[in-house]
Write a new protein. Structure first.
Length: 202
């Protein structure tokens, strides 16, 4: 780590997806819960502990997200640095993570991922050649919270394929549609040729 502002990495007291949805209730731009919590929103119950909460906004809507998070500290994370953003400073184009600090409690509350898509099209932030209609990629739970569907979240999780990521795959597979499985298999073949998950999806 070359530079670190703010509290330590483990200083997370993350919001729940529903607390985040309440904060973003009055904004009119696409956003969704991603990563581990998105899997649980798809399943309909919490299946494991989550150390943080990650949500995704369009990069072009960063200022809207920032307005909804007024009063919190924003920190760009990536390239070996966690650095506080100035009030009028946009996140660097090469970084896609913004950590949100509750200044009074001195804890991290949410991790905002910045995606290069638009209102109609979801685009992978890791490989912009991988796209899909946003209506196919984003679903809502029974309380109306938007989340990235498993075929999108598992694509991101495949890169590390940690124990919890493999567990998420096995949890989701029986409930995924044929269309979702096919999309994920093809996306994995493009993003990670030879990935062992491809066989599970065939």
């Amino acid at each position: 780590m070359q530079e670190w502002d703010g509290p330590e990495l483990g200083a997370w007291d993350a919001w729940t997806p529903w607390e985040a949805a309440e904060r973003f209730a009055h904004i009119d731009v696409p956003w969704c819960v991603v990563a581990g919590w998105s899997i649980d929103l798809f399943i309909g119950e919490q299946t494991r502990e989550h150390g943080d909460l990650e949500v995704e906004f369009l990069r072009r809507d960063h200022d809207v997200a920032r307005g909804a998070l007024a009063g919190f500290g924003l920190f760009t994370a990536g390239s070996g640095k966690v650095r506080a953003l100035q009030l009028d400073e946009a996140p660097p184009s090469k970084n896609h993570q913004v950590w949100v600090l509750d200044v009074e409690a001195h804890v991290w509350r949410i991790d905002v991922m910045l995606e290069p898509g638009d209102a109609d099209t979801w685009i992978s932030r890791r490989d912009e050649a991988i796209t899909a209609p946003r209506s196919f990629m984003v679903e809502r739970d029974l309380r109306g919270v938007p989340y990235l569907a498993p075929h999108g979240s598992l694509l991101y999780k495949a890169k590390a394929a940690r124990k919890k990521d493999k567990a998420d795959l096995e949890t989701c597979l029986p409930r995924m549609s044929t269309e979702a499985r096919t999309w994920l298999r093809r996306a994995l073949e493009d993003a990670h040729p030879g990935h062992p998950w491809v066989a599970r999806l065939t």
